[in-house]
Design a protein around this ligand. Sequence first.
Ligand code: KIV
Ligand code: ZN
Length: 395
Amino acid sequence: MAKRVIRIFDTTLRDGEQTPGAALTSEEKVIIARQLEKLNVDIIEAGFPAAGNDDFNAVKEISSIIGKPAVCALGRCRKEDIDIAAKALEGAKRSRIHVFIATSPIHMKFKLKMEPGQVIKEAEKCVGYAAGLCDEVEFSPEDAGRSEPEFLYTVLEKAIHAGATTLNIPDTVGYTQPSEYGALIKGVIENTPGYNDSVTVSTHCHNDLGQSVANSLAGVMAGAGQVECTVNGIGERAGNAALEEIVMNIHTRERFFNAATNINLREIYSTSKMVSELTSIPVQPNKAVVGRNAFAHASGVHQHGILSNREVYEIMNPKMIGKETELVIGKLSGRAAIADFLKKNGIEPDENELAAITSGIKEAAAGKKGLKDDEIVAIAAKAMGGRKDLPLNNL
Ligand code: KIV
Ligand code: ZN
C-alpha cells in the first residue's frame, strides 16, 4: 500500500494560546505564523475571530501574509461567529472555517442546553452556511471522545452533506485511551453515511492523562489523515498533542506507520524555541524531541556507546531537527567522554594525566548539579602539572 501523507494542522495560535498565561500579541502571532510556514505545516489555525478584536486582527493579518498553508479560523455554530471568521479570512489564499458544536450528553445538557435533535439541525445549518463563505469547511463535534458513537455518525453525516470536507474528532477533555480513540476514528470512517475519499478524518487530542500523542497516533493508524497539534504541546490545562512528537514518531517509524508528513524537520527546534520564548512557557528539560536533555548523555556507559556509534543510544539524529548530541561532563562520565571533551578544546593528556583529570572531575562534581566548561579545563590544567598553555580563555 502506498505511503500516506498525514496533514499537520497546527493550532498553536488558537488552542495553544488557550494555555493559561500564554497570551500573544498580533505581532507575535504573525512572527510564529511565518515560522510555521517555514516549518511547512499544512494548515495554520490562526485564531477564533469572534473572541475579540485581537484574534480578529491576528487572523486577518496572518491571512494576508501566508502563502502555502491554508489559514483556518474557528467559530462556534453561530451565524455571527461564522460571518466574522469569514471576514477575517478574506485575504487568505486558501481559507478554512472550523465550525464546532458539542455532541456529548454532558455538554449538550449542561453547556448548550440543547436536545440532540437540535444539535444535529444546527450543525447542518452552520456547516452549510460556512461552506458558502470560504474554500473549505472543517467540522468538530466537541467532546467527541465522550459522545455516543451512533449519534456522532448521524451528526457527521449531516456535516458531510452540508459541505464539510474535514471531520475533526476532538478528545476535548483528554479522556480516551489509545485503543479506544483508534476505535472511535475507525468507527467514524466505517459507519458515517456519506463518508468518501474526499473527506479527511482528523485527530484532536488533549493531554489530561498524558495520552494525547499516543491517541493521535492511534488515530493515524486507524485511518485519520490529519493531526491537530501544537508546538511544544501547549494548550488548555495539560495541553494538546505536541507537533514535534507526532512528526518525529511518524518520521522515525515511517515503515510502522506507512506514512509521512510534509514537515521541514530542520525547523523543528527553532520553532520550539521561538514558541517557548514568545509565550514565556519553558520546555521541560526531559521533553521528548525538543527538551534540553533530549539528546544529552550523562552516564559513562552511554557516553562511551555514543562515541563508538551515535545510534547506540540515539534513535533520531538531532541534527535533523536542528539540535546537537551533547555529552554532559560530570561525576558519571568516564575517560572516553572526558578525553573527547578535552580534545575538542585542544587538550590531549597522556593516560596518567587523563586518569588524574577523571578523578578530579568526579571529586569536583560530587554533590553538584554540573560543572562549567572552564572548571573542567582548570581541573585538567592542575592535573597536567599546572600547565599554563591550556585554552582556558577560549571557553
Ligand atoms: O478541544 C476541542 O474540542 C477544541 C474544539 C474547538 C475543536 O479545541
Ligand atoms: Zn482543543
